[in-house]
Design a protein around this ligand. Structure first.
Ligand SMILES: [Ca+2]
Ligand SMILES: [Ca+2]
Length: 410
């Protein structure tokens, strides 16, 4: 199957450099050895008695740090467990893991080997590496939601002027309709009036990103806003964006219960939970919505419209739009009904014509091999690919086989 570039560097890097510069600042009372998140120190303690020693040590660390940038990317959150790295004035090179991720000794050794080898390659002296664990700071988590983004992407702040006041919500995800008109979706209870102007991130003449073109019905708290300048990416918090790779468009059934889902909302940031109910009925502002899905992730006002998604084998797949919450559950509208009500589907980063999984303009044996691998799979399965789901019902089955056979050329 296709290998796709999953993480876009730019935003992540800017954020990362910001983190690095923060990490270089240290107070005289701080000591790595007393940090409660310390996991392990590898290499002997740095000696910094004279100014000369300090100067050499810092310049050595700086050289290694610069040379490491490319190679460390693979370990950076969310691909890997590292949330920060850099050097400090105590003379340590520090690698900080996200405390909610499992770290193995072999991962620590692998990163240590990489740093040691980089030191050798750059003819620097050996470095002392401190491995620590920590949580993200609030600033790190919320970085990115309020940015002005053009093209627009999923999970960023949007605003509108309604009933004489400014309201804000979260942009869902980029979509296209059956005529290939591009745009995005957000919550209908926010984008509630046809023709309402939407702004990103805040209200100003230069920030307008279209006006509401269509409203969902009684199964989807969703509206479509036509807007050409969109990119199929989802902001997952921390200023990091992930490519929108596929979607889950099947009808919610009891098999959905306990599936992990995530939501990335402007006010709560990225959160994780699991589905705990289907067929929920919810009434907002006099509108009743049926067939809503409930989940356990946290949410608050301002998250409305946010993308709900899962990672299947590290592929981000859209499953719905965040609607709101009761006192005990988060509620989202399933993509199935957004498609049914608005006739739009998410735009995929790699978006090939149906049936042609290698995009060479012909449906042949190469595509058949991929088709066979996805046959009878639903959109939660690892080998699923909506390229073969001709009727976008979230399952590659006999109906799709007939369509595939109709295109097949030997
Ligand atoms: Ca092909
Ligand atoms: Ca199908």
């Amino acid at each position: 199957m296709k290998k796709k570039e999953k993480y876009r560097g730019k935003r992540g890097l800017e954020n990362h450099e910001f983190i690095l510069s923060l990490h270089n600042v240290s107070t005289s009372t701080y000591s790595v050895k007393e940090d409660k998140g310390l996991i392990e120190i590898k290499g002997k303690s740095p000696v910094l008695s004279s100014d000369e020693q300090k100067k050499n040590c810092y310049s050595n660390l700086h050289t290694v740090d610069k040379a490491l940038h490319e190679d460390m990317k693979q370990y950076l959150y969310p691909n890997g467990p590292v949330i920060r790295y850099g050097w400090n004035i105590e003379g340590y090179y520090t690698v900080v893991f996200y405390e909610n991720m499992e770290i193995s000794q072999s991962q620590i050794n692998e990163i240590y080997d990489l740093i040691s080898e980089t030191a050798i390659k750059t003819s620097a002296d050996g470095v002392t590496v401190a491995f620590l664990k920590d949580d993200f700071s609030k600033e790190e988590v919320y970085a990115g939601y309020d940015n002005k983004e053009r093209p627009v992407i999923g999970a960023i702040k949007i605003s509108a002027f309604k009933n004489l006041s400014v309201k804000s919500a979260t942009l869902g995800f980029p979509v296209k309709d059956t005529n290939d008109n591009k745009g995005y979706v957000t919550a209908k209870h926010f984008a509630s009036i046809l023709g309402l102007y939407i702004y990103q991130p805040s209200i100003s003449v230069l920030n307008k990103i279209g006006e509401v073109d269509s409203l969902g019905g009684s199964n989807a708290d969703a509206s479509f806003i036509e807007y050409n300048d969109v990119s199929p990416e989802i902001h997952v918090g921390h200023g990091i964006t992930v490519d929108l790779e596929d979607y889950i468009a099947c009808t919610p059934t009891s098999s959905w219960i306990n599936k992990d889902v995530r939501m990335s909302g402007t006010n709560t940031g990225p959160v994780t939970g699991y589905i705990d109910g289907i067929n929920h009925i919810s009434t907002v502002n006099g509108n009743t919505y049926y067939n809503q899905v409930t989940a356990t992730y946290d949410s608050q006002n301002g998250d409305s419209g946010a993308p709900v998604y899962c990672f299947v084998d590290s592929e981000l797949r859209i499953i719905g739009i965040h609607k709101g919450s009761t006192s005990t559950h988060a509620i989202f509208s399933a993509l199935k009904y957004i498609y049914q009500d608005l006739d739009v589907l998410p735009i995929k980063k790699v978006d090939y014509p149906k049936g042609d999984s290698n995009n060479d303009g012909v449906v042949d044996f190469i595509d058949f091999v991929d088709f066979a691998a996805t046959y009878n799979q639903n959109a939660f399965a690892i080998p699923f690919d909506s390229t073969f789901d001709f009727n976008d019902d979230g399952v590659v089955d006999f109906i799709d086989h007939v369509e595939f056979a109709g295109l097949y050329q030997s």
